[in-house]
Design a protein around this ligand. Structure first.
Ligand SMILES: Cc1cc2nc3c(=O)[nH]c(=O)nc-3n(C[C@H](O)[C@H](O)[C@H](O)COP(=O)(O)O)c2cc1C
Length: 172
C-alpha cells in the first residue's frame, strides 16, 4: 500500500492559521514555503478550526498566523487556543514558536495576546513577531481580498526557513 513513511526522527513544524480576507493565508503559505526548504522537516499547515490538541502535541515547533480583528487575535484563532491550551499545558514546554500577524494598521494587541498564551505554554519565542500591515482603513478596503507585497512574503518565507532549519538542526 502506498503511503508516507515517516522516520521517528522527523521533526514537525505546525503552522496554525486563520484568515478572513486572505492576507494571513498568503503569509502562512510563504512561511510554509520557506520551512519546506529544510530537508527532513514535515510542515503541517492547518486552519485554526481544524487543529486539535493532538496536532499540537505531535509537533516540535509552531508558527501561529492570525489577523488582528477588533484589537485581538481573530475569534477562530482564539477558539483554537481555547480548545488546545489545557490539553497541551505542561506537555510542550520549551518548544520553539514564532508568530505572523496580518493587520490593517496595528497588530500589536494580537501579537501581545499570542505572546502571553505562548508564555503560559512555556514555549520559546525564536523570532520577533512579524506584523504585516495591509493599510486597509475603510470598511470596503477591510473587507476586500488582500494581496500581500512580495517583500512581506519574502520576510514570512525567511521566518519559516529560519524556524524550520533551527528545528531540524536542534538549535532551539
Ligand atoms: C472585524 C475586523 C476587525 C478588524 N480590526 C482590526 C484591528 O483592530 N487592528 C488592525 O490593525 N486591523 C484590523 N482589521 C483589519 C485586518 O486585520 C486586515 O484587513 C487584515 O488584512 C486581515 O487579515 P486576513 O486578510 O488574513 O483576514 C480588522 C478587520 C476586520 C474584518
Amino acid at each position: 500500500m502506498a503511503g508516507t513513511v515517516q522516520s521517528p526522527d522527523t521533526r514537525t513544524l505546525l503552522i496554525v492559521y486563520h484568515s478572513l480576507t486572505g492576507g494571513t493565508l498568503q503569509m502562512a503559505h510563504a512561511a510554509a514555503k520557506g520551512a519546506g526548504k529544510t530537508p527532513g522537516l514535515l510542515v503541517r499547515m492547518l486552519r485554526a478550526v481544524d487543529a486539535s490538541p493532538d496536532d499540537v502535541l505531535a509537533a516540535q515547533g509552531y508558527l501561529f498566523a492570525t489577523p488582528e480583528n477588533l484589537a485581538a487575535i481573530s475569534g477562530l484563532m482564539k477558539d483554537f487556543f481555547d480548545r488546545t491550551y489545557y490539553p497541551a499545558l505542561e506537555r510542550i514546554n520549551g518548544r520553539p514558536y514564532a508568530t505572523l500577524i496580518c493587520a490593517g494598521s496595528d497588530g500589536a494587541n494580537a501579537a501581545r495576546q499570542i505572546e502571553r498564551i505562548a508564555t503560559g505554554w512555556r514555549l520559546r519565542q525564536v523570532a520577533p513577531t512579524l506584523i504585516v500591515c495591509t493599510h486597509a482603513q475603510t470598511p470596503e478596503a477591510i473587507l476586500a481580498p488582500k494581496t500581500i507585497q512580495p517583500s512581506d512574503l519574502a520576510a514570512c518565507e525567511d521566518l519559516g526557513e529560519a524556524i524550520g532549519t533551527g528545528l531540524v538542526l536542534g538549535v532551539f
